[in-house]
Design a protein around this ligand. Structure first.
Ligand SMILES: Cc1cc2nc3c(=O)[nH]c(=O)nc-3n(C[C@H](O)[C@H](O)[C@H](O)COP(=O)(O)O)c2cc1C
Length: 335
């Protein structure tokens, strides 16, 4: 259990989330479904369902199933470019979901308002200080700042730099959660002392016993080192693809080929830029499913953060959280 000092440092985060500790398990498409989400919330952390490309009907089922597995608070992560975003927000409202995280770009007009009207709290990703300020003015309840060390879609700036740029300016106005590259409690203690209200971890939870990720996916994590988790490369300057961090494999090469194919489609006037980018996103969604669910870790996308080298065994979520708290407490105690 967390010491009084650690609880005090996390107080704003736990007040916002309604959880025991301000540790969010970041939404991971295909991985963050009912089992992992409920396990994290039941262990005192805060679980997030990854809606990803789910239809409103599928999200409806997933929320209901998660509720059946935990009576603790959990949230839903929605991707802003989903064509049915407003319908997904309505599904969350129907279930009285308390927290909605908007990921993947600035929230479209009306989305923040619609979530707040349902009584839920809105949490957004802030990729830079100016945008963070804008989001605070738009009425978001909390921010996540995520550095490029993270697994999955990433921005260009490191967690350590974002934390120094944004926490001193905005931590007093709104609770801020730091994500990207965190796998030990010492780092959690450090960001809390800098003013963070809590943290979000993804990579560290993939190999939880309760995670439904395929055994081959988990094995790839247990074998992986920091330097194996590389960001995808943009090959055509006209086609601005959001980089994705994943373990290097044959799928990495397939992405290069996919970009060439989409660039050619652009050249031939077969697609416009928006359709080209959607084509790329569909590629990732399919490739991630192939690795997480089917276990094809050679040709699929094994999205993983640089902290993957610190994932050394499969263990229950409760043990992961207990260890993080122990390390954070030890670090604070040694100050
Ligand atoms: C396999 C995988 C899938 C992810 N999918 C999503 C997603 O669908 N939506 C999202 O907002 N973030 C996604 N992320 C990012 C996580 O929610 C989290 O912010 C990130 O993992 C934190 O950094 P870390 O990996 O260094 O702990 C994903 C990360 C991983 C590793």
């Amino acid at each position: 259990m967390a010491s009084a000092r650690l609880r005090e440092l996390m107080a704003r985060g736990t007040a916002l989330l309604g959880s025991e500790v301000a540790i969010i398990c970041g939404a991971m498409s295909w991985v963050s479904e009912r089992h992992l989400v409920s396990a994290v919330s039941n262990a005192g952390g805060f679980g997030l369902i990854a809606c990803g490309a789910m239809t409103p009907e599928l999200l409806d089922t997933e929320i209901a199933a998660t509720k059946a597995m935990t009576d603790r608070p959990f949230g839903v992560n929605l991707i802003t470019m989903h064509p049915q975003l407003m319908d997904l927000i309505a599904v969350c409202a129907k279930h009285g979901v308390g927290h909605v995280v908007l990921a993947g770009g600035l929230p479209p007009k009306g989305s923040i308002e619609a979530i707040r009207e349902s009584g839920a709290k809105v949490i957004c990703f802030a990729p830079a200080l100016a945008l963070a300020k804008k989001l605070v003015r738009s009425g978001v309840d909390a921010l996540i700042i995520e550095g490029m060390e993270a697994g999955g879609h990433i921005g260009p700036v490191a967690t350590s730099v974002l934390a120094q740029e944004i926490l001193p300016e905005l931590a007093k106005d709104v609770p801020i959660f730091v994500a990207g590259g965190i796998a030990r409690g010492e780092a959690i203690a450090g960001y809390l002392e800098m003013g963070a209200a809590g943290v979000q971890l993804g990579t560290r939870f993939v190999c939880a016993t309760e995670s439904i990720a395929h055994p081959a996916f988990k094995k790839a994590f247990l074998r992986g080192n920091a330097r194996d988790a590389v960001a995808s490369v943009q090959i055509d300057p006209r086609l601005p693809v959001i980089p994705v961090r994943a373990l290097k494999n044959a799928g990495t090469e397939a992405f290069t080929a996919k970009q060439r194919e989409v660039a050619q489609m652009l050249d031939d006037g077969k697609v416009d830029m928006a359709a080209a980018q959607l084509e790329i996103e569909h590629f990732w969604a399919g490739a991630l499913r192939r690795a997480v669910i089917d276990g094809d870790v050679e040709n699929g996308s094994v999205m993983a953060g640089q902290s993957v080298g610190m994932v050394t065994k499969e263990e229950p979520v409760a043990d992961i959280i207990a260890e993080l708290l122990e390390q954070a407490d030890a670090a604070l105690g040694a100050r």
